[in-house]
Design a protein around this ligand. Structure first.
Ligand code: BEZ
Ligand code: FE
Length: 287
């Protein structure tokens, strides 16, 4: 086919994929071409603008290595990550916990810790005690569920962002006991900006968006025969709950990080200064 123009080029591009034997791939490409051409028809970019778009994507790729994934950050900040999450983790019951974005600071296989242990070795900050139960959708407690937790410190910085640190800090792996209970001590996290030293940071800046996430603690729960749950618990009252730069906040994941006076904590530990406390009970969906 020759003499392609604005009207007929989309159909011809789709036709070129007609022999693709992978039907799912063919569906994906047909839709991609349709929507991409539709976008171009709608906005009618100048050649200079299209060049800038290519340059932005090139720089996004060049920013990626085994530690930094700028394309995921782009997906996060455009709401695509949360849309994919919403489609793949529809919650139909009141008892299953909602999921949210994984983020770039998860490290697989963190050090194992005993229930009730502190994950804040050598970290200054306001003490935080977290506990709860893990149940199935029928409310039966689940024993031996693997719970990976990770979070920023009180300045909004993760261990992997501290080159001087050797090893894990404010991250650990717990296993629920026979009653499905878990607990740990930590420090209260704070809101923080996502990494802004790349093209995604420039995009946020140029478009007048802030880069902040509300304070949160990350959880990943894994148990045989249950769907892995990737989620976060957010601090109620945080100024960024309604404008999380990666669109990850859900009401069911917001908890009061209660300020408690010095004295005896729920696990019997005596605190000589005020501390914060939240309880979060998780519900896992059968796989
Ligand atoms: C995080 O919560 O760790 C995070 C999520 C998405 C992008 C950047 C950070
Ligand atoms: Fe985070």
């Amino acid at each position: 086919m020759r003499n392609l123009n604005e009207e007929n080029i989309t159909a011809e591009v789709i036709q070129r994929f007609a022999d693709c034997s992978d039907t799912r791939l063919k569906t994906l490409i047909n839709s991609l071409v349709t929507h991409l051409h539709g976008f171009i028809r709608e906005v009618e970019p100048t050649e200079k603008e299209w060049g800038q778009a290519i340059d932005f994507l090139t720089r996004t790729g060049q920013m990626c290595d085994d530690k930094r994934q700028e394309f995921i950050l782009l997906s996060d900040t455009l709401g695509v990550t949360m849309l994919v999450d919403a489609i793949n983790h529809r919650v139909n019951s009141k008892t299953a916990t909602e999921s949210t974005v994984l983020g770039p600071f998860y490290v697989a296989d963190p050090p194992e810790a005993e229930i009730g242990a502190g994950i804040d070795d050598g970290i200054d900050g306001e003490p935080l005690f977290v506990e709860g139960r893990v149940c199935d959708e029928a409310g039966q407690p689940l024993a031996d569920v693997v719970i990976d937790v990770w979070q920023s410190d009180g300045e909004g910085v993760y261990d992997v962002q501290k080159p001087e640190l050797d090893g894990a800090s404010l991250r650990a792996r717990f296993r629920t006991d026979a009653q499905g209970h878990y607990a740990f001590w930590s420090v209260t996290p704070s809101p923080y900006p996502i990494p802004t030293d790349g093209p995604v940071g420039q995009m946020l800046e140029i478009t007048g968006r802030h880069p902040f996430r509300p304070a949160h603690v990350h959880f990943m729960l894994m148990a045989p025969e249950y769907e892995t749950l990737v989620t976060q618990v957010f601090a109620d009252g945080d100024p960024y709950l309604d404008s999380d730069t990666v669109f990850g906040v859900k009401d069911s994941l917001v908890k009061d990080f209660e300020l408690k006076p010095a004295g005896q904590a729920p696990d019997g530990r005596r605190l000589d200064k005020p501390y914060r406390y939240f309880r979060y009970d998780f519900g896992l969906k059968a796989a």
